[in-house]
Structure formats: structure tokens, C-alpha cells
Design a protein around this ligand. Structure first.
Ligand code: FAD
Length: 517
């Protein structure tokens, strides 16, 4: 009896000691962060914003959020955690604008760096033959646009939505309708300043520390935190002609897209959309576009049909309207769209580039911006796009009412294969983006479960049919899947991780590496 009592007391003592030790260990972390000498500051409460993203599916609360005012704040914090060594579980995630889909900018129980509070250095535009702008890694692209336009300049390659940060899009690729011509945003950067997973501040470019430069571009935040970037600029047009036409046949649609991305003097922006069952589609367009043939357009019916919309722009400056109209006519005469569906509008360059923000404001006013967004973005080789479309648009995803579906080709020659980004093997590949939103609590086709199941069916089909596609903004949960994603580039990706973030401190939300403890 006595022995049992003694053993119980001993166990209770042991458990209390472990609990006290754990408690001390965890409570000492915030106080150790508090001792760091910083220009900015940490917050330990009310950090819920850092556990949210656009996907609205994962919500991992960090232990602390760093609001840096200088690059040295970031370096000091990373060095501190690096010096704790593998015995500490602490990880660090840079959070740009938190517009990831699957918690990629979150760090459960770790430190999130609120990159938008890093304002310095001031944006600095350099004129000359090859103009560029130096910006902070936490800068929003919309701010860069406004600043560079003051000098009559603008970046060359964009995303469809500009309220994203430089560090966030450069960690992926940054793909939009200009990518066929200029490559993605990661092909339009001259230089970076990066804080590695050891807390070193390193400048890198094609000429200097080139391996780090290429690692970080498209590197999913795994190798360092981008604190500054030098972005290539070009003269900005004042206006764009914005054109939409429809096709009922996928082969004709893609033939025209492929023709346009390879033509010499072509459009400045080329994208495409799949549209289904949309009653009065052309009537909706009329609110911001004018039909070229109003009578025929008013007789066109879209309900019940699957249509493919080609979206194009041509840049111009006032005074050059005649020339630009002739060029557009020449290009359109080569295409085989449904003639009655030619719609055009003329808008300022900024309005075109910032077009998604206008929809954001409307969606926010109805609470629809904050719903879950189970997006699926795929890169499909040109030779397989018809097989993909037949099965996916014809069978698996037969309604597109839960959000836009983009389909457009890009030229791989404009991508640098030394970066961490992985693309399909062929010279031309398509971005296919299912930009779905889910209606909360719905159990129908617009509900989260239904859309996630559909996404899985699409992925399973791609794998079973050996399409050689890749996920863009990739999301995997197992080591095996990540290995398969990178394919032969996995070894290099791993080597780069051991060189620049050997303790796997950075970007844990991507779920590629786990901090060794
Ligand atoms: P976050 O979500 O904050 O971060 C993304 C990842 O990058 C995380 O792993 C994070 O840790 C890491 N990271 C963030 N900042 C840094 C940094 N400074 N240094 C290192 N790592 C960092 N993408 C396209 O390519 N084309 C589009 O047209 C496009 N349109 C979009 C439209 C909308 C409405 C939305 C929500 C997204 C769109 N995206 C598009 C996807 C978008 O490019 C990515 O989700 C991007 O990562 C979001 O940027 P962010 O600043 O919000 O990054």
C-alpha cells in the first residue's frame, strides 16, 4: 500500500516538474523575444489576422507577430531563433498580404512577420535605358504602379490582382496575361535583398550570389525572406483597348490563343475564360463594353452553352487611336471567334490593371470576399490541353457558377529554369485556374466539400492520365507528393534548403520541410 502511495506521489511530482519545465520553456520564448533590440515591435495578443488567409480554410495562430521597421529587425529575429538551435520548435513565416489559399503564410505557435510594416527603403525609380524600381519586399504591387506612373513607367509583368506583395508573388511566380511576352514576374527582377534562415542579410542577382537569387525566385519562401527587390520597368501606356470575343469550340479558341502568343506584333495581354450556362452574358458585358455589331449581339443566346472567352488588350496613348485601331483590326481578322460576340472598351491603363479590385469592393460589401476560396491552379502542357479539357470541362467540372475558370497559354522560353519554379516540360503550357468560392454551410454544388471533391477528381484524373501537369501555388501534405512535384529538381531544392535554411525555420505553412527537433 505504502509503495503504491509513494509511487503515485513520485509520478505526480514528475508530471508537475515536466509541466513546470514546459511552461517555463514556452513562457520564456516570448520574454526572450521581448529582449531583442528592434526598431519595430512584437505583438503577442490580437494576432488573429495572422491566422487567416484568402483561402479561409486553415487558421493557425502564431505565438507572436513581428512588425518590422527595418531589415535588421528581421535579421535579428531570425538570428535569435537560429541560435536557439534545433531544440526549439519555433518557426517563422513572412506574411505578405495573406492572400494564400492554404495557410502558406501561417506559422502555428511560431512567429509571423508582418511584411507590410517594412516600409523602407523608400521606393526609388531609376530612369534611363533600362529603368527599374527598388522596392521593399512587403510593398503592394498597386503602390508600385502608382509610384512608377509618376515617371511614366510601370512594371512589365503583373498578376490579375494588384493588392498582393512583391515577396508573396515572387515566392510563387506572378502570372497574368502579359506572361507570354515578358515572362512571369520572377523573370522581371534584377536583384534581391534576402534574409536567410540563418539571419544573414545577402544581396543577390544573376551576377552576385546567383544561386540564392535563383533559389528564392519561385522558392515558396523556403530559402530566405525577400526584403528588397529591383523590378524591371517599361514606358507605361496611358490607355488600353480591352477586347472580349467568344468561341463555342475549344480547339478554335486555343488555336487562336496559341497563334496570338507566337505572333510578332500581337496584343499586350492575352487571357481566356471558360463560361457555362450564363444567361444574358453579352447583356452583362454591355455595362462596360460596347458591341461591335449591336443587332447581332442582342440576338446571341448564351444560356445552356459552354463558351470560351478570349480576353485581349492593346496598349495605346491618346493621339494614336487610328494606328492602334488598324493594328487591332489586322490581328482580329486572323481569328475565328463568333463575329457577333466582338465587344470592346477603352479604359485607362490603371483601371484595367486594377480591375479585380473593383470586384473586390463589391464582394466585400456583401461579405462574399471573406468566404472560403478552394482554388485549384494547374499548369498543363500544350499537347495535353485537349485531353484535359475533354474530361475536365466535359465531365468533372460541368458548372462554373462557383467562380471564374481561366485558361490561357504562356511561352516557356520566357521562364528561367534556374529558379525554384517548376513548370511542365513543353515549350508552351496553359495556366488553368479554378478560382472558386464556397458558400458557407451550403451542402450543394457551391459548398466547400463539393468543390474540394471536384478539385481532387481533377487532380486524380491528371495523375492517372499522365498529363505531365504541375500545380501552381502548389499545396501538398506529404513528402512523397512534394518530391513528385519537383521531380528531378527535388535534389537541388533540398540542397538549397540545407544551404540557406538548414534548420527549416522558414515558411512552415508550405508543409515541405519540418523543423528538425
Ligand atoms: P502571402 O499569402 O502573404 O504569402 C505567400 C507565401 O510567400 C507564404 O509562404 C509566405 O511565407 C511567403 N512570403 C510572403 N512574403 C514573403 C517575402 N517577403 N519573402 C519570402 N517569402 C514571402 N497569382 C498569380 O500568379 N497571378 C494572378 O493573377 C493572381 N491573382 C490573384 C488574385 C487574388 C484575388 C488572389 C487572392 C491571389 C492571386 N494570385 C495570383 C495568387 C497570389 O500571387 C499568391 O497567393 C501570393 O502568394 C499572394 O501574395 P501575398 O502577398 O498575399 O502572399
Amino acid at each position: 500500500q505504502n509503495n503504491i502511495l509513494l509511487l503515485r506521489s513520485f509520478m505526480i511530482l514528475l508530471l508537475s516538474c515536466v509541466a513546470i519545465k514546459l511552461d517555463l520553456c514556452f513562457s520564456s520564448i516570448p520574454s526572450s523575444l521581448k529582449t531583442l533590440s528592434l526598431n519595430g515591435h512584437f505583438t503577442f495578443d490580437e494576432n488573429e489576422f495572422a491566422a487567416r488567409d484568402y483561402g479561409n480554410k486553415y487558421h493557425f495562430l502564431p505565438m507572436a507577430v513581428l512588425h518590422p521597421k527595418s531589415v535588421s529587425d528581421i535579421a535579428t529575429t531570425i538570428q535569435h531563433i537560429w541560435q536557439m538551435g534545433p531544440s526549439s520548435e519555433l518557426t517563422i513565416a513572412a506574411r505578405g498580404h495573406g492572400h494564400s489559399i492554404n495557410g502558406q503564410a501561417q506559422a502555428q505557435g511560431g512567429v509571423v512577420i508582418n511584411m507590410q510594416s517594412l516600409h523602407g527603403p523608400e521606393m526609388h525609380v531609376h530612369m534611363g535605358r533600362f529603368p527599374y524600381v527598388d522596392v521593399s519586399g512587403g510593398e503592394l504591387w498597386i503602390n508600385i504602379l502608382h509610384e512608377t506612373l509618376k515617371y511614366g513607367l510601370a512594371p512589365k509583368s503583373w498578376t490579375d490582382y494588384l493588392h498582393l506583395t512583391v515577396g508573396g508573388t515572387l515566392s510563387n511566380a506572378g502570372i497574368s496575361g502579359q506572361a507570354f511576352r515578358h515572362g512571369p514576374q520572377i523573370s522581371n527582377v534584377h536583384q534581391l535583398e534576402v534574409v536567410t534562415g540563418k539571419g544573414e542579410i545577402i544581396n543577390c542577382s544573376e551576377e552576385q550570389n546567383a544561386d540564392l537569387f535563383h533559389s528564392v525566385l519561385g522558392g515558396l519562401g523556403q530559402f530566405g525572406i525577400i526584403t528588397r527587390a529591383r523590378i524591371s520597368l517599361e514606358p507605361a501606356p496611358k490607355m488600353v483597348k480591352w477586347i472580349r470575343v467568344l468561341y463555342s469550340d475549344f480547339s478554335t479558341f486555343t488555336r487562336d490563343q496559341e497563334y496570338l502568343i507566337s505572333a510578332e506584333n500581337t496584343f499586350d495581354y492575352i487571357e481566356g475564360l471558360v463560361i457555362r450556362n450564363r444567361t444574358g452574358l453579352l447583356n452583362n458585358w454591355r455595362t462596360s463594353f460596347s458591341p461591335q455589331y449591336p443587332v447581332q449581339a442582342s440576338q446571341f443566346t448564351s444560356d445552356g452553352k459552354t463558351l470560351f472567352c478570349l480576353e485581349l488588350t492593346k496598349n495605346f496613348n491618346p493621339g494614336k487611336t487610328n494606328t492602334i485601331n488598324q493594328e487591332i483590326e489586322g490581328l482580329l481578322s486572323q481569328l475565328r471567334y463568333i463575329p457577333s460576340t466582338l465587344f470592346m472598351s477603352e479604359v485607362p491603363y490603371v483601371e484595367f490593371l486594377d480591375r479585380v479590385h473593383a470586384s473586390e469592393l463589391k464582394l466585400r460589401s456583401t461579405g462574399m470576399w471573406e468566404v472560403p476560396h478552394p482554388w485549384l491552379n494547374l499548369l498543363i502542357p500544350k499537347s495535353k490541353i485537349h485531353r484535359f479539357a475533354g474530361e475536365v470541362f466535359g465531365n468533372i467540372a460541368t458548372d462554373t457558377n462557383s467562380g471564374p475558370v481561366l485558361v490561357f497559354p504562356v511561352n516557356k522560353s520566357k521562364w528561367d529554369n534556374r529558379t525554384s519554379f517548376v513548370a511542365p516540360e513543353e515549350d508552351v503550357f496553359y495556366l488553368v485556374a479554378f478560382l472558386s468560392h464556397a458558400i458557407p454551410l451550403s451542402t450543394g454544388t457551391d459548398g466547400l466539400e463539393h468543390i474540394l471533391t471536384r478539385n481532387k477528381r481533377i487532380l486524380d484524373f491528371c495523375e492517372a492520365a499522365h498529363l505531365g501537369g504541375k500545380q501552381y501555388l502548389p499545396h501538398y501534405t506529404t513528402y512523397k507528393e512534394w518530391r513528385a512535384h519537383f521531380g528531378p529538381r527535388w535534389e537541388v531544392f533540398q540542397q538549397r534548403k540545407s544551404a540557406y535554411d538548414p534548420l527549416a525555420i522558414l515558411a512552415p505553412g508550405q508543409r515541405i520541410f519540418r523543423k528538425a527537433i
